[in-house]
Design a protein around this ligand. Structure first.
Ligand SMILES: CC[C@@H](C(=O)O)C(=O)SCCNC(=O)CCNC(=O)[C@H](O)C(C)(C)COP(=O)(O)OP(=O)(O)OC[C@H]1O[C@@H](n2cnc3c(N)ncnc32)[C@H](O)[C@@H]1OP(=O)(O)O
Length: 310
């Protein structure tokens, strides 16, 4: 484990006592400073290491006709926990989706009764030290941030419990649909850790700090109606049967994919950028995306048609 040295004379105003005091302090600018510097390992090296922790699969299928891809989490015997090799499968799936020019949408779902029970505890037990944890976090941050930023519109279908890392995975999609049996719980605190896959940051973006803090602190599992009331779920499917619920999720997504791929991609890029960067930077991005489409073929065609939006 690499720790940066904390000098006794450094202007640190307060140290956390009896807990993480050796790795975290509050500096003179009233900002938290983490003194732990994780290993500087590249994601491809982490993938080589993590693919050896086997079990289950994450499968990607792309339908060029509808423009909708399906990411399927398939590890029902471990309640769809993500093993190291599944984390690598997901990383590869996102790489492939980044190159899918004709795609517009993604449905992320799993098989069986549980959406995802988080990290596979068999993998977790083999990497149970700060440096290995940092590597897992690096891989999952890379994968889930790129999933979140894809120019495709993503929906997670939560048909059972989404726990720990499973709840974090759900927050990396643009939308979440629950079945009546769907539940979500940020149980990391009960496991003696915090969110390791970027879900804490995304939860604050989704719900605001108070609601996010309450869910993280209590680790309580919330059912579909409350998830909708909080704004964490975007709807509840009529059916709890998996095949039918997946079909409903596709139907729910379809009206949002009516524009040409380049427009869907551009609109998603504006929204994804706005949630990730400061205001002025986001406006600059919006100007640039707009300018690239202004006077283009689709724009000229629409102008010629003299469309009325009555
Ligand atoms: C690494 C990221 C980290 C984070 O920062 O968030 C995490 O995600 S930590 C993991 C957090 N998740 C958990 O702690 C889940 C623990 N599991 C459960 O609470 C329950 O198993 C369940 C998910 C509610 C399902 O309950 P049930 O349907 O009654 O099934 P069983 O309990 O009998 O489980 C069947 C089978 O599956 C194994 N299992 C379940 N979850 C995991 C997991 N996360 N990793 C590995 N294996 C898991 C469970 O041990 C059973 O196996 P057998 O005993 O061999 O049958």
């Amino acid at each position: 484990m690499s720790l940066r040295c904390i000098s006794a004379t450094a202007p640190i105003t307060r140290l956390l006592k009896n807990s993480t005091s050796d790795i975290m302090s509050f500096n003179e600018n009233r900002r938290w400073v983490n003194h732990y510097a994780g290993p500087d390992t590249s994601v491809s090296v982490i993938c080589d290491q993590f693919s050896k922790f086997e079990g289950g699969k994450v499968e990607l299928t792309k339908d060029d006709k509808s423009g909708v891809a399906v990411i399927k989490i398939n590890h029902p015997e471990r309640r769809n926990a993500l093993s190291g090799s599944m984390m690598v499968n997901l990383w590869n799936a996102v790489n492939e989706l980044e190159d899918w020019k004709s795609g517009k949408g993604i449905i992320l779902h799993s098989v069986g009764e549980t959406f995802c029970s988080g990290g596979d505890l068999n993998t977790v037990r083999q990497i149970s030290n700060p440096d290995e944890g940092y590597k897992m976090s690096t891989l999952m941050h890379n994968t889930l941030t790129r999933l979140h930023q894809l120019p495709l519109i993503s929906v997670a279908l939560i048909q059972g419990k989404a726990l720990g890392g499973g709840a974090e995975l759900a927050t990396a999609c643009d939308f979440r649909l629950f079945t009546e049996k769907g539940e979500i719980g940020f149980v990391q605190g009960r496991m003696g850790v915090v969110t390791g896959w970027g879900g804490g940051t995304r939860l604050v973006q989704l719900l605001g700090q108070h609601r996010a803090l309450e869910l993280l602190l209590t680790s309580r599992q919330i059912a579909a109606p409350e998830a909708v009331a909080l704004g964490l779920a975007n709807g509840i499917t009529k059916s709890s049967e998996l095949t039918e619920a997946v079909e409903e999720a596709k139907q729910w997504l379809q009206p949002k994919l009516g524009h040409a791929p380049q427009i869907v991609h551009a609109l998603k890029q504006i929204v994804a950028t706005a949630r990730a960067v400061p205001y002025e930077e986001s406006l600059l991005n919006e100007r640039q995306v707009f300018a690239m489409l202004w006077g283009g073929d689709a724009n000229k065609k629409a102008l010629e048609q003299n469309i009325k939006h009555k």
